[in-house]
Every structure is written in structure tokens, then in C-alpha cells.
Design a protein around this ligand. Structure first.
Ligand code: JA5
Length: 237
């Protein structure tokens, strides 16, 4: 599942070009018993199974031996602090990140303590394992590695890179099922287009995710636009 998730698109190409190196480790390879067990019954009883600590600890030990000490060891779990764009930026400058994925009810908690893993969550919902969360983390970090996204202007303009939601995008045809593309985008006035996009991004952020404006680093122009939008909305009430 992890290998399939990394094979295509921007990330797949970056791996092919040697910009990224992602190694997937199958925990069953680090078992010693005949049944290659990676889980066992929970102490204290209750439903489900728990990941045994030894295969995980051995896997991390082999990573350290083969590839050197990771700059970060991250356990994906709903108990972690939230993985945000700021976390992605922080991790994108690290050379070596190890991501640990649980299954079943989770890992024996001593593994996290032993390998001193940080715990990160990609959101407040339940997943069957950490792998999809790890793929999300790999994708978000990788886009920030120079050269992975061909046109770096895309990365700079992305939603959240400036702490705001994105402006709406359109392509041909200029009318589709009775919906027209906003005139300004067809006008050829670059400065008007720039101002419209900026203002629309701010308006959408105010309407959909107002809490983002508390932490967004707005420049003078953006703050003036926000004031203008708030006044427009007051007039509409
Ligand atoms: C479930 C055994 O942030 C969303 C997440 C859900 C979830 C994660 S991260 N890890 C696991 C897991 O389940 O290891």
C-alpha cells in the first residue's frame, strides 16, 4: 500500500530522479518466531491486538545501522500533536526521517519511549493503521524539497504556504453549463488579476476558515483587503 502510494505522480517522479529516497520496511522481516508474529494480546485484556515492541525496535536499530541516526523519528497516531504545514516545513529540511506506522489497536507504548519518537496526527479521525497518515506526511514534506515540484511558484502559491486558503482556479471553456469565468481573469490586466485573486483568497478564508486569519502573516495590502471585505459584509447584513 505504501509503495503503491509513492509510485505515481510528483512523488513517484522525484523518487525516480533521485530527489527523494523512501525505504519501506516490512515489520515481519524483523520477527524471529515461526509465525512471524507482529502482534499479541493486550495486557489488562480488552478487544483487539497490540503491536509487539521487538520487531519495531529491531527495525529502528537496523535503520540506524544502515542509514545512520534519523534526524526525526515520528510515530503516526491520533494521540500525536497535529501535523500542519508548519510541521511539513520543519521536516522538509531534515535529511533522514523515520516514520513508524502501527496497526491493530496500536503499538506497545514502550517502543515510542525507547526510540524517543515524536507522535504526530494528521487529523481527528480513525484509520486502520498509520500507513495512510505516513503517506500524507511524505507527500506534504516532499513537495517542499527543492526540485520535487517542477515550478517552485506552485509551492509558494499553495494554500497554507501564506496561511490563507487558495483562490479559485478556472480553465477553458470560458462558459460551462451556464457558469462564466469571472471577467477579470479574461481581461489580461495582470495587476487586476493579482488583486482579485488575493482578495478572493482572503474572502474565502474569512467565510470558511476564519480562525486561519488569526495566525496568517498578512501584508499591508492584505490587511486593507480584509478590512474592506469586513465592511462589505457589514453593509450586506
Ligand atoms: C491510526 C493502529 O491522524 C489520523 C491517524 C489515525 C491513525 C493513525 S494517524 N495511526 C493509526 C494507527 O492505528 O496506528
Amino acid at each position: 500500500m505504501v509503495e503503491a502510494g509513492l509510485a505515481d505522480g510528483v512523488i513517484g517522479r522525484a523518487i525516480e530522479h533521485g530527489l527523494l529516497d523512501v525505504q519501506v520496511h516490512d515489520l515481519r522481516a524483523y520477527t524471529t518466531d515461526r509465525h512471524r508474529s507482529v502482534d499479541d494480546l493486550p495486557y489488562g485484556g480488552g478487544p483487539g491486538m497490540v503491536m509487539k515492541p521487538e520487531p519495531l525496535a529491531r527495525a529502528v536499530e537496523e535503520i540506524r545501522t544502515r542509514r545512520g541516526i534519523p534526524d526525526a523519528i515520528v510515530l503516526l497516531s491520533p494521540q500525536g500533536r497535529r501535523f500542519t504545514q508548519a510541521e511539513a516545513v520543519r521536516m522538509s529540511v531534515l535529511r533522514h526521517v523515520a516514520l513508524l506506522c502501527g496497526r491493530y489497536e496500536g503499538m506497545d507504548d514502550r517502543v515510542r519511549a525507547l526510540v524517543a519518537a515524536e507522535e504526530l496526527s494528521i487529523g481527528d479521525y480513525v484509520l486502520s493503521g498509520g500507513e495512510l497518515a505516513a503517506l500524507v506526511v511524505v507527500d506534504a514534506i516532499s513537495r517542499l524539497v527543492p526540485g520535487v515540484v517542477a515550478d517552485s511558484r506552485s509551492v509558494e502559491e499553495d494554500s497554507f504556504s501564506r496561511g490563507l486558503l487558495d483562490y479559485p482556479h478556472y480553465t477553458r471553456p470560458s462558459e460551462f453549463c451556464g457558469y462564466a469565468v469571472p471577467d477579470v481573469l479574461l481581461s489580461g490586466h495582470h495587476e487586476e488579476v493579482r488583486l482579485w485573486r488575493k482578495k478572493t483568497a482572503i474572502r474565502r478564508t474569512l467565510e470558511r476558515r476564519p480562525e486561519l486569519l488569526d495566525t496568517a502573516a498578512l501584508d499591508d495590502e492584505e490587511r486593507a483587503m480584509l478590512d474592506e471585505i469586513r465592511k462589505e459584509r457589514e453593509r450586506e447584513q
